[in-house]
Design a protein around this ligand. Sequence first.
Ligand SMILES: NC(=O)c1ccc[n+]([C@@H]2O[C@H](COP(=O)([O-])OP(=O)(O)OC[C@H]3O[C@@H](n4cnc5c(N)ncnc54)[C@H](OP(=O)(O)O)[C@@H]3O)[C@@H](O)[C@H]2O)c1
Length: 239
Amino acid sequence: MELTNKTAIITGAGKGIGKATAEALAAEGVQLGLLARTASDLEQLQQDLSSRYGVKVFTATADVANSTEVRAAVSSLASSLGRVDILINNAGTGAFAKMVDMDPEQWEQIIRVNLMGAYYVTHELLPGMLEQQSGDIVNIASTAGERGFATGSAYCASKFALLGMTEALMQEVRKSNIRVTALTPSTVNTPLAVNAGLPIGDEDRMMQAEDVAQLVLAGLKLPSRVVLKSAGIWTNNPQ
Ligand SMILES: NC(=O)c1ccc[n+]([C@@H]2O[C@H](COP(=O)([O-])OP(=O)(O)OC[C@H]3O[C@@H](n4cnc5c(N)ncnc54)[C@H](OP(=O)(O)O)[C@@H]3O)[C@@H](O)[C@H]2O)c1
């Protein structure tokens, strides 16, 4: 499917997978709305992508865990873009500790950002997609949404739930020509993985944010008759 002149909102676009996805979409001629909490990251990316690819890029800051901030930021981006064809729910956080050692505020915060954040942004944009009878929603989940591991109770719970929300919504809106997809990457070499102390191993063999972005792009380019239900992407970095 041709993506030139489509429009996309990407959450968590300032770093890692979101930033790489913004670049991959800009290279295809997609007009962008970038959202994260750090304005300077977004402004730098806005300048870079608009000058290199000649696409329109708008930015808005919000904490996706805050529904009021999400409403203001998403409506500003949507009105600047005119319509929203693609939503990439990518903003996420990760912290890993045994349940007994993680305080309830941190546990809850992971659910708020990774699950409620995706829900708030989607809820704001769904009416427009239903009205235009088209859209693509891509949720960045994780292999942690498919199997649990020690120290991952909050992160795994958030990603299992995100996959459940994805599948339920996919069934709800596919007859309206809206595709809802999840990607389930294993560890990717990004600030999140490094800050959380995840094993990166041999950097040359480690999956990069740009690799995940290519899968996002491939899914979006599939003909609209095809729904990519969920797709795994693994690092080929045996430890
Ligand atoms: N890296 C991995 O190994 C891996 C593997 C599987 C899945 N994932 C998933 O991929 C997604 C992206 O992860 P990443 O590794 O690219 O992370 P990252 O490098 O830490 O980047 C995360 C981005 O999200 C933004 N963000 C974080 N919390 C936010 C919030 N509350 N509200 C709005 N924006 C927020 C950050 O910017 P600000 O801090 O400025 O807001 C940043 O731009 C996440 O959903 C993560 O769970 C990552």
